[in-house]
Design a protein around this ligand. Structure first.
Ligand code: URA
Length: 235
């Protein structure tokens, strides 16, 4: 990779800015000052330093965000606040994206990464990665609904993969449930509940694959995944 690209990727500044740092002789490759931004470097093998401080290259970034209601799952938007607007300027990168979409009013676990391959693996219906939601429902969900979920609810003529409905609590007119999906179609939970004649009034994703939403992560907060969590997510 070109030296200026490397410096920009580790966050030293824009391509234009880092070229100036190189020109000023502030950058060393393997202990030697280099003055050409076109110098080719191998981030795995070469030691690259700025003002003698070694620079560590990281190709992929993985964050877990507790999405609050009111922000959209997009990378940018001229009108609405997006999940990436919640990132600090130190952590923000233009190549970050949310893995899948949660509706504007849905809360909970959202992975933000620049690893397109992982994003694809987590979302592909062929991979059957479970997504678990907690939902509050207007109406009483019952065993008949559980059976419908298990068989596969038909939405707009398409049969959904079998899903799991766990009923945690019911009052006279409401229910609290957990729902496990193997796919992520548009408004899927809300539409499946509607197909049972009831309505979702609150929705939060609490798990993706083996990764559960960290209990200490407040709404709107995010943090880098630990190595352990990343292994869980890739399982
Ligand atoms: N299902 C929905 O209906 N909405 C979401 O945000 C996620 C799953």
């Amino acid at each position: 990779m070109r030296l200026d690209k490397f410096l920009s990727e580790v966050g030293l500044g824009s391509r234009k800015e880092v070229k100036q740092l190189i020109k000023k002789g502030q950058v060393k490759v393997n202990q030697v000052v280099v003055k050409s931004d076109k110098t080719q470097v191998d981030p795995e093998k070469d030691q690259i330093a700025f003002l003698d401080a070694p620079l560590i290259y990281q190709e992929f970034y993985y964050y877990v965000l507790n999405k609050p209601a009111g922000v959209i799952s997009a990378t940018s938007d001229p009108v609405h606040r997006t999940v990436l607007d919640l990132f600090s300027s130190e952590d923000y990168r233009t190549d970050l994206f949310p893995v899948g979409r949660l509706d504007k009013d849905t809360e909970g676990l959202l992975i933000i990464t620049n690893d397109g391959e992982l994003g694809h693996q987590l979302l592909s219906p062929k991979k059957h990665v479970e997504k678990e939601y907690f939902a509050e429902i207007s109406g009483i969900m019952d065993q008949a609904d559980q059976e419908k979920f298990e068989v596969g609810i038909i939405l707009a003529g398409e049969k959904m993969l079998p899903a799991k409905l766990m009923i945690d609590e019911v009052t006279a007119v409401t229910s609290k449930v957990r729902i496990i999906l193997q796919e992520g179609k548009f408004h899927q939970v809300k539409r499946m509940v509607k197909a049972c004649g009831k309505e979702v009034t609150y929705l939060k994703r609490i798990r993706m694959g083996q990764l559960t939403l960290p209990v200490d992560l407040k709404k709107g907060q995010y943090r880098a995944l630990t190595d352990e969590e990343l292994v869980k997510l890739k399982e």
